[in-house]
Design a protein around this ligand. Structure first.
Ligand SMILES: Nc1nc2c(c(=O)[nH]1)N[C@H]1C(S)=C(S)[C@@H](COP(=O)(O)O)O[C@H]1N2
Ligand SMILES: [Mo]
Length: 201
C-alpha cells in the first residue's frame, strides 16, 4: 500500500519485497458485496459522525464538516476472509490518524469500536487504527462509494481482513478494554491479519 504523493505518484513501499497475495487468497477483479442483513440507505444530509466513550468531549461532524478534514488518496489491496483479494484500488477519504488530531482522547482509551448505521460493529486497538492507514473512505477509484459497499462512508482497513472496516460508519466509541465486534463475537479472529491467515478463532 502507498499513499499518493502530490504528483499522483505512489509513496510508501510496504508491498515491496513481499508477495502481494496473502496465503489462501485468490486474486479477483470482481467486488462482491458482503453485508449481514440489509444495506441502510443514508443520504449525505442524514449522515453524521459521532465520537463518544473515553473522550474529553463527545463530538459530532456533519458530512460537510467531515469533508473539510484533510483528504488522502491511498492505493491499496482489499482482502476478504472469503478467500478473494482485489489489487490496487484507489481509496479516498480521511485517515484515522488525521481525524484523531481533532479528538481529545482520554489517556486510558486503548481500543476503538466502530459503529455503523444498521448496528454492525468492528473493534480494533487504537494503535492499529493510527499505524495502519485506517481510512474513512467515501470515494473508490474516482467514484462515490456505492451504497452496497458502504456509501456514503465506510471504514477501510488495508492491513486487516475487510470485516474490520464497518460500512455505513456512523461513529467511534473509545474504550479502555477490548470488546468483540459483530463478527468477532461470531467466531472470527480478533486480529484478522491476512498475512498470518488469521481468519477464525
Ligand atoms: N456495516 C457493515 N459493515 C461491514 C459488513 C456488514 O455486514 N455491515 N460486512 C463486513 C464484511 S464481513 C466484509 S468482507 C466487508 C465487505 O465489503 P464489501 O461488501 O464492500 O465487499 O465489509 C465489512 N463491513
Ligand atoms: Mo467478510
Amino acid at each position: 500500500m502507498g499513499r499518493f504523493d502530490k504528483n499522483g505518484g505512489i509513496t510508501g513501499t510496504s508491498y515491496f519485497g513481499k508477495k502481494r497475495l496473502p496465503p489462501g487468497q485468490a486474486a479477483s477483479d470482481k467486488f462482491p458485496v458482503l453485508t449481514y442483513g440489509n444495506a441502510p440507505k443514508i443520504s449525505k444530509d442524514q449522515w453524521h459522525f459521532v465520537v463518544w466513550g473515553l473522550v474529553e468531549e463527545e463530538k459530532d461532524w456533519t458530512w460537510d464538516e467531515f469533508m473539510k478534514l484533510p483528504q488522502t488518496r491511498l492505493r491499496a489491496d482489499f482482502h476478504c476472509v472469503t478467500h478473494w483479494s482485489r489489487f490496487d484500488d484507489e481509496w479516498e477519504g480521511v485517515l484515522f490518524k488525521d481525524l484523531i488530531k481533532h479528538i481529545k482522547v482520554n489517556p486510558e482509551a486503548k481500543h476503538v469500536m466502530q459503529h455503523a448505521y444498521g448496528g454492525y460493529t468492528a473493534n480494533l486497538p487504537l494503535r492499529w487504527m493510527i499505524d495502519e492507514d485506517v481510512m474513512f473512505a467515501h470515494t473508490l477509484n474516482g467514484e462515490p462509494l456505492l451504497i452496497e459497499h458502504g456509501g456514503p462512508m465506510r471504514v477501510f482497513t488495508p492491513r486487516r481482513y475487510a470485516w474490520k472496516g464497518a460500512k455505513w460508519i456512523r461513529g467511534l466509541e473509545f474504550l479502555a478494554k477490548d470488546k468483540p465486534g459483530f463478527w468477532e463475537e461470531n467466531g472470527y479472529s480478533n486480529t484478522a491479519d491476512p498475512w498470518k491467515e488469521e481468519r477464525f478463532w
